[in-house]
Structure formats: C-alpha cells, structure tokens
Design a protein around this ligand. Structure first.
Ligand SMILES: [Mg+2]
Length: 255
C-alpha cells in the first residue's frame, strides 16, 4: 500500500526518496501491474534497437500475466516492442497514445492534426553529428547520447522545438527528446485502465520522466497503489529500485 514500506530491509536496494534509506516496497494483493519496458524490464543500452529484456523477464512476465492483469508501458511504438517480447501482452505505447496487444491489434489514440505536426517536425530535425532519430509509427524520438557535444546538441534541439505546436508535447528524458501528442500520457492511460480493475491494487514500475505522469495519476486516485521509481533521479514515486536486477527480485515475490 502507499507509503507502507519496511525501513529495515536492504535486500532489494530500494530507497525512499525523502529519507534516502534502503526500503522494500510492499507486495500487494491482488496486483494490477504496469511495467515500463526500457530501463525497467530491459537494461538501458546505447542502441534502442538492441534493448533486449533482462534474462529473467520473459519467464517472470509469462508467470505474472497468467495470474494478474498486466500491462507493458512504453514510449516506443508497440510494433517495435514485438521484437523483444514473445507473447501478446496488453500494452500502452507511445507514452499513452497507443493501446493494444503486443504483436497484434494496436489502437492509435492520436488526432490527425497531431500526426501532421509530427510529420512536419520529423522533416526538420537539426543536422547535428551523433543525433539518432528513432522512428515510431506515428511519432519519433531524437537521441543525443552519442553526440560528441551533448550539451550543444541539446541546445540545438531546444531551439528546434521552441515553437512547438499546441497539439504536441516535447518530453525530455535520458539524453533523448520525444515528440508526442498533447494530452495523452502514461497517466491518462493508467487512469483509464485502473478504473477497469477496481478490486486490484495498481503497481507501477518505471524509470523515466514520462513515468512521473503515471505516478501522479495513481497518487491522485482515491485507492491504494504502489509507485516505484527505477534508478536515480527526482521522482514523486513512493519507493525506488536500483535497476532491472532489483525489479526482477521484486516481481519474483509475486510468483
Ligand atoms: Mg523506461
């Protein structure tokens, strides 16, 4: 339950952000899982196309999915996720702009106006050495992790996005900026799905800035929920796990 952590257990390397003490999140029953992909189920790698799941993830996901409602959450296009996940999991893609089943039906929730604005921006990405554009079906991200001058690259991207159309949001993450439709977030998706499971306890694990929308959505709901930030960085989540190894250790407690 929210804020119900055990302050003495260090086994899973979880830290409360306010007290910076190792804490372990509660195991709740019955859980409704929302699991971010990159950085949570899969270690962060330089090439997004090479982000294979943690070795324990495929078996764990299969076992959890057989027992509990489970959603994979990602900023990626769900089509791209099907190369990493071997089963038709329910999933939220493009930070909430997509909903569907990995490798099967995918529903886009984006307006035509937002899609057109994304196409215009995609055609005008600044030409900077080391930038990598990750194309998604109706969205894209620009990674500057491999730019020689990272802060210079970031500044150029900020200039490029200075007059962003109102129908879009620019989301700055870990050495990446992602362009997505305005008003559709991981938070709106989580709110909608959680409402369909009133007798379950939402458990959300995520590592990136877009996961904060989901943490906020869960905390604004009048129900028990567990929000867990994976890795370092400011967060409004209730607890923290060090990385995918600690995520696997926590999820194993449900099987
Ligand atoms: Mg992530």
């Amino acid at each position: 339950m929210r804020n119900a952590w055990h302050p003495t257990d260090t086994k899973y390397g979880i830290q409360n952000t306010r007290h910076e003490r190792p804490l372990m999140p509660t195991v709740v029953e019955p859980p409704l899982f929302f699991l971010d992909y990159d950085g949570t189920l899969a270690p962060i790698v330089d090439d997004p196309a090479a982000a294979v799941p943690h070795p324990e993830a495929p078996d764990l996901l299969r076992d959890l999915d057989a027992q509990f409602p489970l959603w994979i959450v990602t900023g990626r296009d769900l089509q791209a996720l099907s190369s990493f996940l071997d089963r038709p999991y329910s999933a939220i893609g493009l930070h909430g702009a997509q909903e569907g089943v990995v490798g099967r039906d995918i529903h886009n929730r984006m307006s035509d106006e937002a899609a057109a604005a994304l196409r215009r921006l995609r055609a005008s990405v600044p030409s900077v050495d080391g930038l990598r554009v990750e194309d998604k079906a109706r969205s894209f991200a620009v990674h500057y992790r491999e730019a020689r001058d990272e802060s210079g690259a970031r500044d150029q991207l900020k200039d490029w996005l200075a007059d962003l159309p109102e129908v879009l949001d620019a989301i700055w993450g870990k050495k990446v900026v992602e362009l997505r439709p305005d008003g559709l977030t991981k938070g709106t998706a989580v709110r909608r799905i959680a409402a369909q499971h009133p007798d379950h306890v939402p458990v959300y694990l995520g590592d990136d800035v877009t996961d904060e929308d989901a943490f906020a959505a869960l905390q604004e709901m009048d129900r028990d929920a567990v929000s867990i930030k994976v890795g370092p960085g400011d967060t409004r989540a209730d607890a923290r796990l060090d990385g995918p190894d600690a995520v696997m250790a926590y999820l194993r407690r449900y099987v």
